[in-house]
Design a protein around this ligand. Structure first.
Ligand code: 6PG
Length: 255
């Protein structure tokens, strides 16, 4: 894939791609490589998908099949969602609905492998509690422990939010719960989101960020240590895992 640069530093491994299509192709190849390795080593591949528009190209690439070595079976892949909007899965804003349309309806993955936020008949707070229970049960987690996902995809907004962890909101500081349901004044709605310690327990986190509108924030998050934690995306530093920033050229325009 047309990679423009590949560097590493305190803020992780930074790969810049020619355009969003090359970025998505690289992300799909990384997914495939890690899926084959995880399934071989641990018999399964646990993945957290991000929401928004950027990952849709990735979903489409995965649905089309990714060339390269390392076969894997979707039957050993378990998909979770890093955050969700409190809307029906059929709603255009649903992150699960977006993945279902672009990917899940086009690959051989069964309902037992899909772990969307359990919104049915629940308000956001109850859905967050139910999701946490489901994650704890899936990973057989004792209280106080965090799940270790094999791969987490995250996006970033131009304000430096990631998942539904927005600057200045209490959810960013959550250190005990796996999933919370913050009220977001700027959106006039609740969201359900996994928390920073969950993401930082992952084996690998890949940020997918495209577009010139994010370039200034990308630079601040990656290069300005002036106020660590100023941006939620800057708090994502896997303690014993890998961190990648997959950027297209416009998003990398200021670094
Ligand atoms: C969401 C996402 C959110 C997203 C960023 C970037 O539910 O919206 O989890 O964190 O990743 O807002 O969104 P775009 O990819 O649409 O720019």
């Amino acid at each position: 894939m047309p990679i423009v640069s590949d560097s590493s530093g305190a803020a992780g491994n930074i790969r810049v791609f020619q355009d969003p299509d090359a970025l998505a192709q690289a992300a799909a190849e990384e997914f495939r490589r890690r899926a084959a390795a995880s399934i071989q080593e641990r018999g399964r591949f646990t993945v957290v998908l991000s929401g928004g528009s950027t990952p849709v190209r990735l979903f489409e690439k995965l649905a089309a099949g990714v060339p390269g070595k390392g076969e894997f079976s979707w039957s050993a892949v378990h998909l979770f969602w890093g955050d969700e909007r409190p809307v029906p899965f059929s709603h255009p804003e649903s992150n699960f609905g977006s993945a279902r349309a672009a990917l899940l309806s086009r690959v051989e993955i069964g309902p037992a492998n899909l772990h969307p936020v359990p919104l049915e008949g629940k308000d956001a707070a109850a859905a967050a509690i139910a999701y946490e229970k489901e994650i704890r049960s899936f990973f057989k987690l004792p209280e106080g422990r965090f799940p270790r996902f094999d791969l987490v995809f995250l996006g970033m907004g131009s304000d430096g939010h990631t998942a539904s962890l927005f600057p200045g909101t209490p959810a960013v500081q959550e250190s005990k719960r796996l999933v919370v349901a913050p009220w977001l004044e700027k959106l006039g709605n609740f969201r359900i989101t996994m928390t920073v310690p969950v993401f930082n327990q992952a084996r690998c986190v890949i940020f997918l960020v495209a577009g010139a509108g994010k370039a200034v924030t990308v630079r601040k998050v990656l290069e300005e240590e002036d106020r660590p934690g100023r941006f939620p995306a800057g708090l994502i530093r896997p303690a014993s895992g890998e961190l990648f920033w997959f950027l297209d050229r416009p998003a990398a325009g200021k670094i």
